[in-house]
Design a protein around this ligand. Structure first.
Ligand code: FMN
Length: 194
């Protein structure tokens, strides 16, 4: 139902009065999992966490957002079953990276298996590098790295929402950022709109 607002031309009291005509518009009812097809391209990050042996785990996550610039905060949501979630709940440290186009196939790969029983970095041949002040490594081809400390997490349905304080942010403007297209089925760069 759409409310169409139209100003009355006749306004003897010289106040702005409005009348509302109810008009039916046609929209198809869908479920929320279909909505990301419409919002495509969606953002995509590689969430980097630290395994108990000190190596890094990578997981693909689209559901992240900036929360606050003062103080600097971000949040992301991950399924309760994810290994990355277990790791960040344990050691409170995480780095969100925006991957460069060079590793777009690996970005899809990091979303198809769990680090619980797979070394995704070795399996997918992802080149890694260190950043100052963190033992968690990041993919060498990253546009952005947001190093965070977990502040709190909340149960939200079948996911946990991780709310993080930003400690440091790094950029590499030589890398082209990628996005998730067609829902979450394709990883590719985006073009600037008109
Ligand atoms: C493009 C794409 C986006 C994804 N976004 C999310 C997300 O926002 N939240 C989530 O929980 N899983 C997301 N996934 C699925 C996880 O990456 C997947 O469950 C992964 O196996 C988790 O790895 P982990 O168990 O090592 O943490 C996404 C997968 C792909 C391919």
């Amino acid at each position: 139902m759409l409310l169409i607002k139209s100003k009355q031309r006749d306004d003897p009291l010289n106040v702005h009065m409005y009348s509302y005509d109810r008009k039916e518009i046609s929209m198809d009812k869908i479920t929320l999992p279909k909505a990301p097809m419409l919002t495509s391209p969606n953002p995509v990050t590689l969430v980097c966490t630290c395994k108990p042996d000190g190596t890094t785990n990578l997981a693909t996550v689209s559901w992240w957002t900036y929360l606050s610039f003062n103080p600097e905060m971000i949040a992301y949501a991950m399924a309760k079953t994810s290994y990355s979630g277990e790791l960040v709940r344990n050691n409170k440290k995480v780095i969100l990276t925006i991957p460069g186009e060079t590793i777009k196939e690996a970005v899809m790969g990091c979303g198809m298996s769990t680090g619980r029983d797979t070394n995704k970095i070795a399996k997918l041949g992802i080149e890694m590098k260190s950043i100052e002040g963190s033992k968690i490594q990041i993919p060498a081809h990253s546009c952005l790295a947001i190093q965070c400390a977990l502040k709190e997490f909340h149960e939200v349905g079948d996911h946990y929402l991780y709310i993080c304080e930003v400690e440091q942010v790094f950029e590499d403007d030589k890398e082209t950022p990628v996005f998730a297209w067609n829902g979450y089925t394709k990883i590719a760069a985006a073009q600037m709109g008109e």
